[in-house]
Design a protein around this ligand. Sequence first.
Ligand code: DX5
Ligand code: ZN
Length: 223
Amino acid sequence: MGIQITPSILNADFARLGEEVARISSADWVHVDVMDNHFVPNMTFGPAMVEALSRSTSIPLDAHLMIEDCDRNAPAYVEAGAGSVTFHVEATKAPVRLAREIRAMGARASMALKPATPIEPYEALLPELDMLLIMTVEPGFGGQKFLDLCLPKIRRARELMRKHGVETWLQVDGGVSVDTIARCAEAGADVFVAGSAVYSADDPDAMVRDLRARAEATADLSA
Ligand code: DX5
Ligand code: ZN
C-alpha cells in the first residue's frame, strides 16, 4: 500500500457532515475523531454517528477512539461500520486481546500513542496491528501546532516494523499540513490525517490531492 490521506472531519461543519464528506472524494479514508470528554477534554461522536456516516459515504471510515475503557467500548465502532478502529494504548488494559477482537470482527486494528508514550515497550505488539498511529499533537482538538519532537518516534517505529518484517501502516495525526507532511513522510509515515488543513482550504479535495503529491514525492526520494 502506498501513501494514503485520511482527512479528519473534526473541523468540518457538524450540521452538514454528509455534504462535508462529499467534498473530499479523493480521500482514502474518512478519519472520525471519537472523544468522550474523559480521555480528552472534548466530546464529539458516538457509534450512532459512525453508523449514519457509514451509510452516507462509500469512503471507508477510520475511527480514532479518544475514549476511556476501549476494551469495552471499541467493538461498538466495528459494529457501527468503521473499517479501521484505533484505540489508544493509554486507555486499554489488554491491547493484544482488543486488537484480536477487532480483527476477528472484520475491521483493521490500530493502536495509537500520545506524544509522551514511547514505542519501544510495544515492539512485540506490531504483528498484531494493521496500523500504528503516532500522535503529533496532544489529542483533543484540531488546529494545534505539529510537534517535531515526535519525528524520532516515527523513524524508530518504521525501523521496528522493518526489523519485524511487518506491513503495518504508520499513521500520523495532528498538525499535518503542506508545511509538515514532508517531514512525516521522510521519517517513514505512510498514512496522513489532516483536519484543519483540509477543511480550512477553499477546495478541500484539491488540498487532499496536494498533500498526497507532497507525501509521494518525499517517499520516492527516501526510498
Ligand atoms: C486531535 C485529532 C486529530 C485532529 C487533527 O485530537 O485526533 O485527528 O482532528 O486536526 P488537525 O489536522 O487540525 O491537527
Ligand atoms: Zn484523530
